[in-house]
Design a protein around this ligand. Sequence first.
Ligand code: URA
Length: 477
Amino acid sequence: MRRGVEGAAGRRGPTAARRHDAVRIIEAKRDGRELDDDEVDWIIDAFTRGEIVPEQMSALAMAIYFRGMSDREISRWTTAMVDSGSRLDLAGLTRGGRRVPTVDKHSTGGVGDAITLVLTPLLATWDVAVPQLSGRGLGHTGGTLDKLEAIPGWRADLTGDEMLRILSEVGAVICAAGADLAPADRALYALRDVTGTVPSIPLIASSIMSKKIAEGTGALVLDVKYGSGAFMTARADAEELARVMVGIGTAADVRTSALVTAMHTPLGRAVGNALEVAEAREILAGGGPADMIDLTCALAEEMLAAVGIDGDPRDRLAGGRAMDSYRAIIAAQGGDPDAELPRAANVEELRAPAGGVLRWDASGVGRASWLSGAGRSRPGQSVDPAAGVMLHRVEGEQVRAGEVIASVHAGDAARIPAAVAELGNALTVDASAAAPGAGGGADPGGADSGGADPGGAGADTAVVGPAGTIVHRLRGW
Ligand code: URA
C-alpha cells in the first residue's frame, strides 16, 4: 500500500513547465474560449503553488460559472486537481488475507441525509472495503463527520496508516480527507464559497470527483440530489451533473454510476447530528423510516453491482449483521457505540395549524435545524451535537388541527423562536388533498422503482413522492 504515489503540490508533468499568463487565461474563459490542456495544467499548478493570487482564481471561477467548460476541459481540470496532491493506492487492500475491491458512495448533500451511517456498515458486511472520506456541513445541509462526532470518543482525523489498518480490519472507514488530498480543490472551494461560484456544474463535478479519484476507490456510486434541499434544485441540472461526474470517473478508470434522487422534503424524520445518529441506529436495529431504508438498499445494490457481487441488502439489514459492522466501525475510530447520545436541554413542539395533508419543504427544515444550532455558517465553527428538528409527521401524512407534528431541539434556548418560526414556514397543510394511498391518491413511485420516471420527463422541481425517490440511473460501466 502506498500513499502519495502521484506527485505532491507543485510537482507536475512536463506540460506544466510552459509558463502562461493568468490574465490571458481569465480573458479567454471570459470570452468563451475552451482552455487547452496545457493552460489547465498550468493554472491549477500555479494556483496550488500560490503563484496565482486569489483575486485571479476567483475571476476565473466566475468566468467558468458563466461560460461553462467542455467535457474535455472538466476532465483535465479534475486530473490537474488530483495531481495537485497525493493519491491513495488501495488496489492491494486485503481483508482476512484476501484481496477485496473498494467501493464508495458520495451524496451531493441533502437534509436529513444520514444514509452513509447505515450504508457504510451495511456494505462492509460483504467482502469489500469502503473508504468513505467525508466532510463537515456548511449552511443548511449536514455533514457526515459532524453527525458522527456526536458519538462520545469518535474521531474523524486518522493517519494514512490508521485508515488502511481499519479498512483492512473492519472493512470501512468514515473519516476526514487529509490535507494532501486534492489541495487545489480545498483552496478553490474556499474561494468559491465566498464569491458566489459554488453552483457551477463543471466546478462541482471536478471538485467532488478530484477527491474521490484521489482517495483511490475502485468503484463509486453517486447519489445526485435535486429539489429545494439540494445544491441542484432543478432535476435537469442534477441529471447533467450526474452525467458529467460519471464521465469523469469512468475516464479515470473508476467504475462509476449515479442515481438521481429527490430532495424536495427531508429524508427520514431526524435532521440534526445526534438525532440522525439515533435514527441510523434505529434502522440498523431493524426499524426506522421507509424512505431511508429504500434509498440505502438501492444504493447498496448499485455498489454491490459495481464490484460484481450479487447480494440482498434488505435481508442483511433485517438480520442485524449491519449493526455488528456499525459497532466495529465506530469502535475502531475511538467511539463508544453504546454511549448515550447528547440530548438538548430545550425542546419545543410545533402543532399543525389546520387539518389536512402535510408537506415539508426540505430547504426550510434544513434552515430551521441550522438555526437551532446544528449547523455552522463559517468553516471551523463548532456545532451543537444535540440540536436539530424531529419530524413526528412527514410529507404526505394526514394530520388533525392542533396535533404535534414536529419538535425543535436546542442547547441554547435563545435559538428556539427563530428555528420554530422557520420550521413553521417550511410547512404546508393542504386541507383539500387526500393523503397518498387514502381514497385513490396517486402512487408516487417508491425508491426501488429504479429507472422509473415518476416526475415525468419534463418535471423539474415537481414533487415526485418520498424523499430519495430515484428518477434516473446512469452507469459508466
Ligand atoms: N461538494 C464538494 O466537494 N464540492 C463542491 O463543489 C460542491 C459540493
